[in-house]
Design a binder for this molecule. Structure first.
Ligand code: PBG
Length: 322
């Protein structure tokens, strides 16, 4: 026998030397929820260890992330009151904007402060856009709302905006609005390939944004389709996206790889709430080794081609890597 692949697997030092993929804290992005009008942070039942933050606890947790070397945070705001047009989303005194101003003043450039740009956390019906009288999500009027939200978020200190609503033309509308308001330097991280996934369940508890009727299948993608993601990515890049995202991550590693091979911009993948909940739940039952499963899930996301991973474990994993 001449070829013996096992030679390079014999010791931990050898394995470390030849590892093809490495996790780096700077590649991790921590999603965080800030809720208006609560006195203390509230742990999310289906996501143990993840909180709806107060403004105060948000700042503390963001500091901890920065100290651990995490590359960025992405913020989700949960307003105290919702209405059909999601008025709090672009209100300068809405929870997102207030929390952003505080974070930006506090953290400076310690990490990149990003915002999820969508309406579902703010609408009373829980959909990602405005509705027609018959209850369909109305694409083009929704773009005007997104444009206004982008400007409000940039004014409050967002350093990257990340549109997640899957409306056609949303990147172009947001780019145009940002440029027109003097924010030509603010990058767009487009949730380009976003699937209508069952794995968002726990998030909808966290952000209190489950659709009050129907589902999101008329705007988010069918899990059966991969080529469609390349189309979405291509359109977003043509509209001016600076980075693209695939979401969820773990069940869509083939899509991550195809996107990576087809673009020249950074590719992000979002390890979503259900991916977090599945590993935490199995680990809590003693059915899998929690730390190993977390690291394996993230190494696999990077191996598939993601440059950046959004993960609720960002701070913990970053600390472990230090
Ligand atoms: C929409 C948005 C969602 C998630 C991120 N942005 C929910 C949805 O599309 O229903 C899900 C994230 C997760 O599950 O962790 N604003």
């Amino acid at each position: 026998m001449i070829e013996r692949p096992r030679r390079l697997r014999r010791t931990p030092a050898l394995r470390r030397l030849v590892a093809e993929t490495r996790l780096d804290p700077a590649d991790l992005i921590l999603p965080m929820f800030v809720k208006e009008g609560i006195a203390d942070p509230v742990e999310i039942v289906s996501m143990p260890g993840v909180y709806q933050h107060t403004r105060e606890s948000l700042r503390k947790a963001a500091h901890e992330a920065a100290e651990a070397g995490v590359g960025g945070v992405i913020l989700f705001g949960i307003p105290a009151a919702k209405d059909p047009r999601g008025s709090a989303a672009d209100d300068p005194n809405g929870i997102m904007q207030v929390a952003l101003r505080e974070l930006a003043a506090d953290l400076g450039d310690a990490l990149v402060i990003m915002t999820d740009l969508c309406l579902d956390e703010y609408t009373s019906h829980g959909h990602c856009g405005l509705l027609t009288p018959s209850g369909e999500v109305d694409n083009d009027p929704t773009l005007e709302r997104y444009a206004s939200i982008a400007v409000a978020q940039a004014q409050a200190g967002a350093q990257v905006v990340a549109p997640s609503g899957m409306m056609d033309g949303q990147v172009a509308a947001i780019r145009d609005a940002l440029d027109g308001a003097g924010f030509a330097q603010i990058p767009i991280l487009a949730y380009s390939a976003k699937y209508a996934s069952a794995l968002y369940g726990p998030f909808r508890d966290a952000a209190e944004c489950a659709p009050q009727f129907g589902d999101r299948a008329a705007y988010q993608q069918d899990p059966a389709n991969a080529r469609e993601s390349l189309r979405e990515v291509g359109l977003d890049l043509a509209e001016g996206a600076d980075m693209v995202m695939v979401k969820p991550a773990g069940l869509y590693l083939d899509v991550v790889r195809q996107v990576k091979d087809s673009v020249e911009v950074p590719v992000a993948a979002y390890q979503v709430s259900g991916e977090y909940a599945m590993i935490e739940a199995a680990a809590a039952n003693g059915w899998i080794d929690r730390e190993r499963a977390i690291l394996e899930s993230l190494v696999s996301i990077k191996r598939a081609g993601a440059d950046l991973a959004l993960t609720y474990w960002a701070t913990e994993v970053a600390r472990g890597l230090r």
